[in-house]
Design a protein. Structure first.
Length: 462
């Protein structure tokens, strides 16, 4: 069995902490087994390891989230990088072609797809393992997992059974009802309908056949290059609703979607994270502060206060899901990003005329980590080292740098830096176009950078 985790999301429901690069699954606000704070994706990966599915798991994600995933769960996990966001059908199609072409998986292989961020008990993933035998026994096109509803919710889709439902056995699906009213949900629950938790299982050959019928390439390389031409549609609409025979497996354990501030705060490790004061008379109130200035919360009830470089939110918890509608049209670049090597924070931005821009960043590179060896075509940079020591690679030498050093990096100059201790510097970018696309990466691993310099005439000055 192969497991495909889908990691996506724009992060708007948990603004301002989450954004395009740091969606909800990466927020370290949950309590791990060791007492340390962990993210949803770290929690899920630990659960997958616990049931022995980690060796057969791949993660499908966007290039914006690649570094976040590698930084939080490791660099050895196979990643399928989507060229752009195109909804769940293209993502799953690309994953299927990857398993077929790159991993040489058999067409008879059972593939299970699920979101990367469910908040569940360990038993959920033991139940996921049962989908393989369910699909083979039933000979169905698709096997789903459904969660036993705990209340009549209008937030979830419902899987309606064809007949009776037994807790330990799968059933044939009659139909689906997407986000009904609470009144209609009561009737569905009386019919033993289950919440749809976004888990799909199928034979690899079944999906490859669908791709062929749609005249889509099976080659991973070709499908990747033509990804922008795939229909932007969900797997539910493109595949599930058109399947002839679908079965579902009930799951009665704990399951929760931590997609809004009111649901996330119910499972947070503590009521306060970051600098500030949250007074004892602030009932059912949470403070999450990523800024270096304190935030004080006095005597309020049922409120979430969240502050980050991207903005500040003060909201009644029941109203907090509305944030997605309010900021839906905002198109600001993320002010804070976590990367494989550390993090960066935008301190200032200015546009002086129609062509010249300036961005100032504070950049932290963790001890032992390094940036890539790269260059830019359209911008100049000036670095001021403010903390720690490192090795700086430039066009014709490698040398040590420390707090107080200033480095000038004109456009076209190849450079990279390796942190000998935790290293921080202020980076000032100036140019006609400042964009994350203007990065030409040459070498990723620092040992390879050293080897490249030692094998050529440039000097290594350490």
């Amino acid at each position: 069995m192969k497991l495909v985790l889908l990691s996506g999301g724009s992060g708007k429901r948990l603004w301002p902490l989450s954004n395009d690069t740091r969606s909800k699954q990466f927020l370290k606000v949950l309590e791990g087994r060791d007492g340390q704070k962990e993210s949803m994706v770290q929690r899920v990966w630990n659960q997958i390891e616990a049931v022995g599915l980690n060796e057969s798991t791949v993660i499908a994600t966007s290039k914006l989230q690649r570094d976040m995933i590698r930084g939080q769960v490791g660099t050895d996990i196979p990643l399928i990088i989507e060229p752009e966001r195109r909804d769940t059908f293209p993502a799953i199609a690309l994953a299927a072609s990857y398993l077929h072409c790159e991993e040489q998986a058999s067409e008879d292989e059972i593939v299970v797809v699920l979101p990367v961020d469910p908040y569940v008990e360990d038993g959920f993933f033991e139940r996921v393992k049962d989908l393989e035998s369910v699909l083979r026994d039933s000979k169905a096109d698709l096997a789903l997992m459904g969660v036993t509803p705990t209340y009549p919710s209008s937030k979830y889709g419902y899987i309606v059974p064809e007949g009776s439902v037994e807790e330990d056995s799968y059933f044939t699906v009659d139909c689906f009802t997407e986000k009904p009213s609470e009144e209609a949900a009561v009737g569905l629950i009386n019919q033993r309908a289950l919440w749809n938790c976004g888990v799909f299982a199928f034979r690899l050959g079944y999906l490859l056949q669908i791709l062929q019928e749609k005249s889509l390439p099976l080659s991973f390389e070709t499908l990747h290059s033509e990804y922008a031409e795939l229909p932007k549609i969900s797997f539910d609409y493109e595949v599930v609703e058109k399947a002839n025979h679908i079965v579902a497996l009930p799951y009665s354990g704990y399951w929760k979607d931590l997609g809004t501030w009111n649901t996330l705060t119910e499972e947070m490790a503590t009521s306060q994270i970051g600098k500030g004061v949250l007074t004892d008379d602030s009932d059912n109130t949470h403070l999450v502060n990523e800024l270096d200035i304190p935030v004080t919360v006095l005597g309020v009830k049922d409120v979430v206060v969240a502050a980050s470089p991207d903005g500040i939110l003060v909201a009644d918890k029941a109203s907090s899901p509305k944030i997605k509608e309010i900021i839906g049209d905002w198109n600001y670049p993320p002010m804070y990003e976590e990367r494989l090597w550390g993090w960066s924070r935008v301190l200032d931005y200015a546009k002086y005329d129609e062509e010249t821009e300036m961005v100032t960043k504070r950049i932290h590179i963790s001890k032992g980590k390094n940036s890539t060896y790269h260059y830019h075509n359209l911008r100049d940079e000036v670095w001021t080292i403010v903390r720690g020591e490192g090795e700086l690679a430039l066009d014709d030498y490698i040398r040590r740098v420390k707090a107080g050093d200033i480095i000038h990096l004109p456009a076209g100059k190849k450079h990279g830096i390796h942190a000998l201790t935790d290293l921080e510097f202020i980076e000032v970018q100036t140019g006609k176009v400042i964009s994350n696309e203007d990065v030409i990466r040459l070498v990723y691993d620092w040992n390879d950078v050293i080897k490249q310099f030692q094998s050529s005439r440039p000097q290594v000055i350490l």
